[in-house]
Every structure is written in C-alpha cells, then in structure tokens.
Write a protein that binds this ligand. Structure first.
Ligand SMILES: Nc1ncnc2c1ncn2[C@@H]1O[C@H](COP(=O)(O)OP(=O)(O)OP(=O)(O)O)[C@@H](O)[C@H]1O
Ligand SMILES: [Mg+2]
Length: 386
C-alpha cells in the first residue's frame, strides 16, 4: 500500500511537470458524491500526509498563510463571513492587502474566499493537496485563481480570489430574491466560459481531466465570467499509446459519464459528457438529479433525451424562468450540442475545442438572431418546465 501510494505521488506529468496525485472526494451530507471506501486511505499515517504536503508545496508559488492571518481576515471565521458550504468545508469571505497579502480591514483591498477543511480525516487532505498541485500551477482566465494555502498543525485551508456572484448552481436553482433568473445570453456566456476552462485543461500541453464538472464548481465573477474551481478530483490524462487512465470511480452522481461509471476508464471525453449534463441544466433549469420530481423525472438526462432528439419538442424541456426569451434556432443548436456531448459512445462526443466553437456561435444576443430570421419562443407556455 505504501509503495503504491508513493508511486502515485511521484509520477510527474511529462507535459506540465505537474505531480500526479490520486484524489478522494470527501462525502457531502446529502450523499451526492460517489466515492470510494476510505479504508485504503486510512491505513496511511498522518506523518506520510504531512511529508507529502511539504514536498508538493515546496514546488508551488503560492503564498503560505499562517492560521492566525486567516483567522484575522475572516474575523475569527465568524458565521456571517460564510459565503458557502461544500463537501470540503465552509467558505468564508475575507480581505487582504493586494501587495503584501496580509489581512486588512473588511471592505478594503483584495477580497478573498477562504475554504476551511473540516477536520475529519485523510480524505480531505488529499483533495486539498490535489487542489494545490493543479490549481496552484495552472493559470487561465476561466480557472479560479488560487492565491495561497494554510498548512499548520491540523489546519488545512485554501485561499482563492473571491468570485462575487458565487456558483452557477445557486443562480440556476436557488429560489430567492437574491438570485434573479439567469437570461439566455448569460447562460450561454457561462457555458462558453466554463467550456473554455475545460478546453484549456484538455489541450495537449496540460492533458488534465477535471472529473468533477458540475454547476456548483462553476464560479461567477461580477460580469458572469465563469471560472472552474475544485481540482480535488483532477487527474493527469493518458500519455503515449494509452487511451484512458484507470481510476476508482469518483465524481458526482448525475454528472459522471456512463462508461466511466461502468469501467473506471477515464478520458477527457468523460468531462465532455459532464459538460452535456450541465448544458442541459442550463437549458432546463432542472438539476442533474432531483428526487423531488415525479417518478421518471429524477434523472435529467434520461428524462430529457426523447425531447432533445425531436426538434419540435425542444420547448418542452426549456426553463420556464427564461420566459421564452430566446429563439427556437438558439434552443435547437444548444440542445443539439447537449445531445452530442451526451453520446453514449465517448468517441462520438465532440472535443471541448469543438464545443467552444459551437458556443461562440451562440453568443449573439437573441434580438440579433431574431432579426436574422430566428423564430422566437417568447411567452410560449412550457408544459414540463419548472
Ligand atoms: N472563490 C470563491 N468565491 C466566492 N464564493 C465561493 C468561492 N469558492 C466557493 N464559493 C462558494 O462556496 C460554496 C461552496 O463551495 P465548495 O466548492 O466548497 O462546495 P460545492 O462546490 O458547493 O460542493 P462540492 O463539495 O461538491 O464541490 C460555493 O457554492 C460558492 O457559493
Ligand atoms: Mg465546489
């Protein structure tokens, strides 16, 4: 077991120089994540984890925050500083000086998000390390910026740029006055930004498979520019003649590709499938898995497939909250793209570069498309929408 672990730890991606690491997802209270038994992990001693962390952190350019600094910047992790909760732990808002990166008064300088790992065992440690390993060394306008970390005693925290509008999940599915329904154009803008992030990861130089693409991991800045966060499950893609990497199945139910679930064989096309699920969530305003829906409608992909392949029925799956403010042409094009991404056979799915090209064509405001002859669905009733 120890050998297996150290082999994995030391394998370095020949393209990027990134250290490869097998990642384990900490389980969320709602049991949403597929995840492995932690028995293998728990046989490792804490010391090994600590040694590994030092080695990985040694080669990254991130700021090392003291626990005290992060306690100060979040005002002692005050509940009213919390901006979100996930499987990893709570996320707090804080402020630091732009140049020295030291804590400053609330409301001044650089706003940060501080993610604090729940202290509940080794699974979170590995996720925390993978985040630093990948995100700490990757830079792209559609990836959230990791500023630093805290590694002190048993404290594990991550410090990111603050994303003002939070996650796409909140905007799509939360019902509150704080979250106005997203327009068609904003949805397509978010889809394009997220697709560009994935395309960057998949390119030959990076060769990274993200493995946890979902709306809660798409964060939005003040202009609704999308950035991917959470690289805890990311893996190096196959190299040489290998067609896939073999992994223990990890990810989030409803988003993972069927062949990956069945075989554990992971490829970049698994991410493309997850992208198709997210695109469908954007079109329909429905969650990938929703047990509160009537029988037969729990799984979004299974429910939507018959409508997607019939161009006369596309409007049956469209989100009522769009109020018909898009053209039939736009809806069909986006639905076709979702169908391609959701192909059962991975090789039939488009590459993320192809997805980006299609989404770029969908960025025209609906008014322009309508004047070009698009058929608006404005105010048509939606028999199956939310
Ligand atoms: N950099 C950030 N800026 C602003 N808000 C953030 C940032 N990172 C996370 N959040 C907020 O915190 C919430 C929780 O994020 P987190 O990544 O911990 O969990 P999640 O993505 O919701 O679930 P999972 O554990 O399955 O990934 C997000 O939904 C988002 O609202
Ligand atoms: Mg997340």
């Amino acid at each position: 077991m120890g050998d297996c672990w150290s082999d994995r730890f030391k394998s370095v991606n020949p393209h990027t120089g990134l250290t490869s690491l097998t990642s384990f997802r900490s389980k969320r209270g709602d049991g949403e994540h597929s995840h492995i038994s932690s028995s293998k992990v728990s046989s490792l001693s804490n010391n090994i984890v600590v040694d590994m962390a030092s080695e990985i952190l040694h080669c990254s350019n991130l700021k090392h925050f003291s626990f005290n600094e992060l306690r100060t910047t979040t005002r002692n992790f005050r509940p009213d500083s919390v901006v979100g909760e996930g499987g990893f732990g709570s996320v707090f808002k804080g402020w630091i000086d732009e140049h020295s990166l030291t804590p400053t008064k609330a409301g001044t300088d650089l706003v940060i998000a501080v993610k604090r790992l729940n202290r509940e065992g080794l699974q979170g440690h590995k996720e925390w390390l993978a985040e630093i390993n990948y995100l700490g060394q990757l830079s792209h306008p559609n990836l959230v910026k990791l500023i630093g970390y805290c590694f002190e005693d048993d404290h594990r925290l991550l410090v990111y740029e603050f994303m003002q509008k939070g996650s796409a999940e909140n905007h799509l599915f939360r019902r509150s006055s704080h979250f106005r329904p997203l327009s068609w154009n904003v949805r397509m803008k978010i889809a394009l930004g997220a697709a560009r992030g994935l395309a960057f990861l998949h390119n030959n130089d990076m060769n990274v498979i993200y493995r946890d693409f979902k709306t809660s991991n798409i964060l939005l800045d003040a202009n609704y520019d999308a950035k991917l966060s959470d690289f805890g499950l990311a893996r190096d893609g196959p190299v040489g003649d290998r067609s896939h990497v073999s992994t223990i199945v990890m990810g989030t139910r409803g988003y993972a590709a069927p062949e990956y679930l069945a075989t554990g064989h992971l490829t970049a096309r698994s991410d493309v499938y997850s992208f198709g699920v997210v695109l469908l969530e954007m079109l329909s305003g429905r969650r990938a898995i929703d047990k509160n829906r009537p029988t037969g409608e729990h799984n979004l992909v299974d429910w939507a497939r018959p409508y997607l392949v019939n161009k006369h029925k596309i409007r049956c799956i469209m989100d009522n909250r769009l109020e018909g403010r898009y053209t039939l042409g736009q809806a069909q094009k986006a639905a076709n793209l979702a169908v391609l991404c959701l192909a059962t056979e991975p090789k039939r799915r488009p590459s993320m570069n192809e997805v980006v090209t299609t989404l770029e064509q969908l960025q025209k405001p609906s008014e322009i498309l309508r004047s070009e002859g698009g058929n608006s669905l404005h105010h048509k009733a939606n028999p199956n929408g939310v």
